[in-house]
Design a protein around this ligand. Structure first.
Ligand SMILES: [Zn+2]
Length: 292
């Protein structure tokens, strides 16, 4: 099999197994906690990209039918993340007026852009998340993926794809599609887990980003390769801060630490649950891209 980024056939099996038709949409939830459970993963020995093979053939329908109550419970901290990423984009291109968010979730980044009086459009494959955006914020997202008929011929100053590219089997094609939506001076912001990070290396197969919904895993090296192949260049590197509710964090940490009582903590101090913790684990890549 061939690496999805550089085309090399020089690959090595990492871990994982086939699930065939056992998969249900909740396995693909943003907040799904089955860490370490993955499809069979292979690593490219040339560019260090890792990818799942074979893929379940109903993968898009799993996203389209995704409902994730836990995600909507953690909207506030996620809103902070999106505001910060929007600021990163605007920091690089202060004059930007038109924003596109691909994989818009419940419309948080679009909402943050509206608050700044910017024009913003979001595209999201999950019907349920599109409904949530409408219900919670009165935001109309385009239900679907890119390329998209509704977006044909439209151009944007800032194009965001936050935690999207790891879900796609043609990352270079995806970057090319995003490029086609850029104004001449436009900037793309990609955020994705970094399997070359210290934590990914330490935790191995147990790293929280190794999960069923993620089918492609980047390092800085493979990101550089993909970006160059798409006729783009990296103009800025960054890392993303995560804002997580304390209760959520405790539940997640209890998967890693041998302390069962961690979750009990938040029962004893219910106020802690809603406290927001800012984390920078240095285990994801945020890159700003321009046309070559
Ligand atoms: Zn490769």
């Amino acid at each position: 099999m061939k690496c999805w980024v550089c085309g090399s056939v020089n690959t090595k099996f990492l871990w994982g197994r086939e699930f065939n038709d056992e998969l249900v949409p909740s396995d693909f939830a943003i907040t799904n906690d089955k860490y370490g459970k993955t499809l069979p993963l292979y690593e490219c020995l040339d560019c260090s990209f890792a990818f799942a093979h074979p893929l379940p053939d109903n993968i898009l329908s799993l996203y389209e039918n995704l409902e994730d109550e836990l995600y909507t419970e953690s909207l506030n901290p996620r809103y902070k993340e999106m505001k910060q990423l929007l600021e990163s984009g605007l920091g690089y291109f202060p004059g930007a007026k038109k924003i596109l968010d691909v994989g818009a979730g419940a419309g948080l980044l679009v909402r943050a852009a509206f608050e700044k009086q910017l024009e913003a459009t979001g595209v999201e494959p999950s019907k349920w998340l599109v409904e949530q955006a409408k219900k919670l914020f009165g935001i109309e997202l385009i239900e679907g993926i890119v390329p998209n008929k509704i977006l044909e011929g439209k151009k944007f100053d800032l194009v965001f794809a936050v935690d999207v590219i790891e879900h796609l089997s043609d990352p270079v094609g995806f970057l090319n599609t995003l490029k086609s939506y850029l104004t001449e001076e436009g900037v793309i912001l990609i955020a994705t887990p970094d399997r070359g990070s210290f934590l990914a290396g330490r935790l191995g197969a147990k790293w929280w980003h190794y999960r069923l919904a993620h089918i492609g895993y980047f390092t800085e090296k493979s990101m550089n390769e993909a970006v160059a192949k798409a006729g783009l260049k990296i103009v800025k590197h960054g890392r993303q801060n995560w804002y997580l509710p304390f209760g959520y964090l405790l539940t997640r940490l209890s998967n890693y630490l041998p302390v069962k009582s961690l979750a009990g903590l938040s029962k004893k101090f219910p106020g802690l649950d809603n406290m927001t913790i800012r984390l920078n684990l240095h285990d994801n890549l945020v890159v700003l891209l321009k046309q070559k």
